[in-house]
Design a protein around this ligand. Sequence first.
Ligand code: ZN
Ligand code: ZN
Length: 72
Amino acid sequence: MAEPFAVCSMCRKQLHFGDKVWRCSVSTCNSGRVKLVFCTVGCWDAHLPTARHRNAAAIEEIARKDGAPAKR
Ligand SMILES: [Zn+2]
Ligand SMILES: [Zn+2]
C-alpha cells in the first residue's frame, strides 16, 4: 500500500492510499481543480491564515481511490 495519493497542500509531503489525511470543511477548498488535503491537523491549521476562513473545520479521512483529488 505505497501508491501515491496526493501531496500535502501545505508541506508537500507525499501521501499514500490508506493514509489518514485531513481535509478542509470549507467548500471552496474542495471544489474545482483545487482539492486541498493535509498530512496532519497542524498543516491544516497552518492553511487557515492563508485562506482567511471564518468557519472551518478539519475533516479526518482515509485516503481512498474514490476520494482522490486528481480526477473524478
Ligand atoms: Zn503536511
Ligand atoms: Zn480551507
